[in-house]
Design a protein around this ligand. Structure first.
Ligand code: NAP
Length: 242
């Protein structure tokens, strides 16, 4: 075991989670990453993390499965000794107009994007309370604030994460545990690769889509520098929600 702080980032084989893992590793964290099934992407991320010179390990499990989350957190604690930072990042979309949205697509999105935060945070918080230190970052979205036609399931999950964040911040502040959310705008990842980016960019004051690194820098700020910030929703959206 090293003296480094330890971060656990869910959904970090690709996209925003991967960038968060790399940014935290560059800041000297040992990093545990989770992913759903893309072994090739996870292995590549682990290679990149190891090249930075910190300890890292990947855990394959479904964040929508309560028992699997509990077991994975136990494994991470066993392997790394502690968890200082938890980033609840894993997420999916199953878009469609509400009239045509079936229960399967509703439940998949709520389970993967919202219930997962409960399943992961519950066992981690117990450890953080003993440590009397911790930082939790929940990956929400601008659509959790604004809503979005065709994303009733996703918007509900992301709005749920905001209420979860604020309530936990109130409960856990006295234990020196900070809980914040990030609300990304449109970020260039696999999740957004099929969108009409030209049309979207028109509406963004900074006139570009975000990069995963834009979110990762904010996660690092929340983990390392934001010692008096808790219960906040930080918009990282190029000014889209103004
Ligand atoms: P992405 O590129 O599609 O990557 C998703 C990550 O989550 C992958 O590592 C994937 O693992 C993992 N994952 C998916 N379902 C999972 C499950 N059931 N169990 C465990 N891991 C699972 O997504 P992204 O764009 O980086 O998004 C990351 C987060 O930011 C999500 O919560 C998303 O809602 C949020 N967000 C994204 C945007 C955006 O514009 N991209 C905007 C606002 C919010 P595998 O590689 O194994 O599939």
């Amino acid at each position: 075991m090293t003296d480094n702080k330890v971060a656990l980032v869910t959904g970090a084989s690709r996209g925003i989670g991967k960038a968060c893992a790399i940014e935290l590793a560059k800041a000297g964290y040992d990093v545990a990453i989770s992913y759903a099934g893309n072994d090739e992407a996870a292995n590549k991320t682990i290679e990149e993390l190891n090249a930075i010179g910190i300890k890292s390990k990947a855990y394959k499990f479904n964040v929508a499965d309560k028992e699997a989350c509990q077991k994975a957190v136990e494994e991470v604690i066993n392997d790394f000794g502690k968890i200082d930072v938890l980033v609840n990042n894993a997420g999916i979309t199953r878009d469609g107009l509400f009239l045509r949205m079936n229960a399967e697509n509703w439940e998949a999105v709520i389970n993967t994007n919202l219930n997962s935060a409960f399943y992961m945070t519950n066992p981690v918080i117990k450890l953080m309370m003993k440590q009397r230190y911790g930082c939790v970052v929940n990956m929400s979205s601008i659509v959790g604030i604004m809503g979005n036609a065709g994303q009733a399931n996703y918007s509900a999950a992301k709005a749920g994460l905001i209420g979860f964040t604020k309530s936990l911040a109130k409960e856990l502040g006295s234990r020196n545990i900070r809980v914040n959310a990030i609300a990304p705008g449109f970020i260039q990842t696999d999740m957004t690769k099929d969108l009409d980016t030209e049309k979207i960019t028109d509406h963004i004051p900074l006139k570009r889509l975000g990069l995963p690194e834009d979110i990762a820098k904010t996660v690092k700020f929340l983990a390392e520098d934001a010692t008096y910030i808790t219960g906040q929703v930080i918009g990282v959206d190029g000014g889209l929600v103004i």
